[in-house]
Design a protein around this ligand. Structure first.
Ligand SMILES: C[S@@+](CC[C@H](N)C(=O)[O-])C[C@H]1O[C@@H](n2cnc3c(N)ncnc32)[C@H](O)[C@@H]1O
Length: 234
């Protein structure tokens, strides 16, 4: 099986290639893979962000813009990603609310002034960055004081038998879907691989605190299959 570099520019290039190749059917596979549950988890993420219409939200690693468009009915949204095919799909999508503005960017060097956002969200993005702590430092920088951050990603179930079943499922189901939809099993084998190199929920909390965030907390969703972190800039 292909191994993705765990950090550095080679990882960024490999991850960008991977997602650019998946963009076309990314939403469909997301729905099939999570049985539509990702919609509930994203809704929960947004509900806790206390967004107001005059505020400004950054959706980092926005992909095809699913979350950004959901948030657009509540507030002003900037969606940023480093994959052009993902952003093309995000722009083409239409739902309610004023259209987000889309920016091609690198999450490790955000092209925004310090303190320019009231809130930021990252869904299934942090795990993919070549240097997640550096991305958190950038998010801290662009949030204003009092700004909120929400991070949704795959989790690691704390109960041993659930964890074992989940690990097995992640090693089998996504590659099968990858093969079915893209004739490429390795594309979705990447999920299990990237998760193996990603810390437990407490480790992500430690990253958040090290980046300067306060009020760090997390909740496990679906027996810990997903984790939702929240934090704020003091
Ligand atoms: C799994 S997708 C998540 C998309 C979307 N947030 C969602 O929930 O469906 C991960 C996204 O992270 C983006 N990404 C990875 N590394 C990035 C970086 N350094 N800067 C910006 N985007 C990045 C990829 O291009 C991809 O669109």
């Amino acid at each position: 099986m292909k191994r993705y570099p765990t950090h550095g520019p080679e990882r960024a290039a490999a991850v960008r290639r991977l997602f650019s190749g998946l963009a076309r059917r990314y939403d469909l596979v997301n729905d099939v893979q999570s049985a539509g549950l990702h919609r509930l988890w994203k809704r929960r993420l947004l509900r806790g962000m206390e967004l107001r219409p005059e505020q400004r939200l950054l959706d980092l690693a926005c992909g095809t813009g699913d979350l950004a468009w959901r948030a657009a009915s509540r507030t002003r949204v900037v969606g940023g990603d480093f994959s052009t095919p993902m952003l093309v799909r995000a722009r083409a999508r239409r739902t309610s609310g004023a259209a987000p503005s889309w920016t091609l960017l690198d999450g490790l060097a955000l092209p925004f002034h310090s303190g320019s956002f009231d809130a930021a969200v990252v869904a299934y993005g942090l795990r993919n960055f070549a240097d997640p702590p550096a991305a958190l430092r950038e998010l801290f920088r662009v949030l204003r004081s009092g700004g909120r951050l929400g991070i949704l990603d795959f989790g690691k179930p704390p109960q041993r038998f659930v964890r074992a079943a989940y690990d097995r499922w992640l090693r089998m189901a996504p590659p099968l879907l990858g093969f079915w939809f893209f004739r490429d099993a390795e594309a979705y084998a990447y999920i299990a691989e990237s998760l193996a190199a990603y810390p437990e929920a407490d480790g992500v909390s430690a990253w958040l605190r090290a980046a300067g965030f306060g009020g760090v907390r997390f909740e496990r969703l679906c027996l810990g299959a997903m984790t939702l972190h929240r934090a704020s800039k003091p």
